[in-house]
Design a protein around this ligand. Structure first.
Ligand code: 5GP
Ligand code: ZN
Length: 144
């Protein structure tokens, strides 16, 4: 895609600090370095987000992640964990619309990264909870 910043990075039109490349996948340091070693893993095929993946593309991108994650941990002293994030859609904080997976190594509790999950379990009766699952399950079965 001609006006996509990540397509330009893949094509070498915009410089990047590359950490990995093969026929289908490219990985490079995120410019913001939320933590040291913060890396983006992207498919070479331009897809906007997870809603445009098929299972082959998902296999190619997600199968590379353990290798890259382990390399980050093994090459940077002090990495104790890693958050792997993928924002899909503006509402979910996606700002670059070429799909990418964030690998954010974690060194300590207080650093440039916060994530909080609200517990809304009290908002659902057991029936509502089961119906929610049934609805998603039915849709999965209708497309499989
Ligand atoms: P999003 O908010 O879409 O999940 O993440 C987009 C990420 O792309 C951001 O973390 C941002 O720092 C990174 N980014 C945007 N433009 C560039 C760039 O030109 N080079 C690099 N290396 N990272 C970029
Ligand atoms: Zn692109």
């Amino acid at each position: 895609m001609t006006d996509c910043i990540f397509c330009k990075i893949i094509n070498g039109e915009i410089p990047s600090a590359k950490v990995y490349e093969d026929d289908e996948v490219y990985a490079f340091l995120d410019i913001t370095q939320v933590t040291k070693g913060h890396t983006l893993v992207i498919p070479k095929k331009h897809v906007k987000n997870i809603f445009e993946y098929d299972s082959d593309l998902a296999c190619s991108i997600f199968s590379r992640i353990p290798k890259i994650a382990n390399a980050i941990q093994d090459s940077l002293p002090g990495v104790k964990g890693m958050n792997i994030l993928n924002n899909n859609g503006e509402i979910a904080y996606q700002s670059v619309f070429h799909s990418h997976i964030h690998l954010i190594p974690r060194y300590q509790t207080e650093e440039g990264f916060k994530l909080s999950f609200t517990d809304n379990s009290k908002s659902y009766t057991n029936d509502e909870f089961q119906q929610l699952a049934a609805s998603i399950k039915k849709t999965i079965e209708s497309v499989s």
